[in-house]
Design a binder for this molecule. Structure first.
Ligand SMILES: [Zn+2]
Length: 255
């Protein structure tokens, strides 16, 4: 791990405890604000705010596509999962609703785990976070009941588990957004590093559910991410998978 990353993680650990959030919240609270405020004080080592640090490899570009879920002979990609008993029936309905979009628009099928070795364990831990891609064995998708159980946020974390990074870290992002480094908490700047991503011949997508909001990790309230050339373009939605998010899943998994 890079020294700067260790420092940032320390800083993250030193932040206060998660605060409870109201059940009903205006949709204008962007995805970053929601996820990062919930993750304050998380004990996990998180990259880009909500990705459990990859320890061995870059997820989206990986040898032999080993970091992705396997397609079965039916042409569907089954992703086994379990849901912790902590979740209420209302929470479960939100999670199921988030998965239903993947089921109706892609070949991904989140299925109840029986004996599969590789699976997602959806747990109520201290934040909203996921690993990138299939890690092998049990992998936790944390959806804290104190702020993560929303349709778009569940989809965001599940999409990390399918292998997708944040949109603003795309290899070609400098043509579409300006990163305002001076407005970013120096200990958090690593969250804006570009990744070696496979962009799947899809356009940069401001409307992606994987795009962070304009003030992610701001230290002074000013924007950390500015769309170019039109700074007024909306980013950071947490409503639903975008058309391009769906297209990407279908391309990556050859649906
Ligand atoms: Zn994320």
């Amino acid at each position: 791990m890079e020294p700067t990353a260790s420092l940032s993680i320390l800083a993250l650990l030193m932040l206060g405890l998660t605060q409870a959030v109201p059940l009903m919240e205006p949709q204008h609270v962007d995805i970053t604000t929601r996820i990062l405020s919930t993750n304050n004080g998380s004990r996990e080592l998180l990259l880009e705010g909500d990705i459990v640090l990859p320890r061995t490899r870059n997820a989206l570009v990986c040898a032999n596509n080993n970091c992705f879920w396997k397609k079965s002979s039916t042409g569907l990609v089954q992703v086994p999962f379990t849901v912790s008993a902590d979740f209420s029936s209302t929470d479960r309905a939100v999670i199921a609703g988030a998965m239903a979009t993947f089921h109706s628009k892609t070949c991904i099928r989140f299925v109840d785990r029986s004996t599969e070795i590789d699976y997602l364990s959806i747990e109520n831990r201290d934040g909203c976070y996921s690993s990138l891609g299939r890690t092998g064995g049990k992998q936790v998708v944390s959806l804290s009941t104190r702020g993560c159980v929303y349709h778009g946020i569940v989809q965001h974390e599940l999409n990390h588990a399918l292998g997708f990074y944040h949109e603003h870290t795309r290899s070609d992002r400098d043509r579409y957004v300006t990163i305002n480094w001076q407005n970013i908490d120096p200990t958090m700047q690593y969250n804006f590093n570009k990744e070696n991503t496979n962009n799947l011949n899809t356009p940069y997508d401001y409307s992606s559910v994987m795009h962070y909001g304009k003030t992610a990790f701001t230290i002074n309230g000013l924007n950390t991410i500015t769309p170019i050339p039109d700074a007024s373009v909306q980013i950071g939605q947490r409503v639903d998978l975008s058309v391009i998010d769906i297209q990407r899943i279908n391309t990556l998994y050859n649906c």
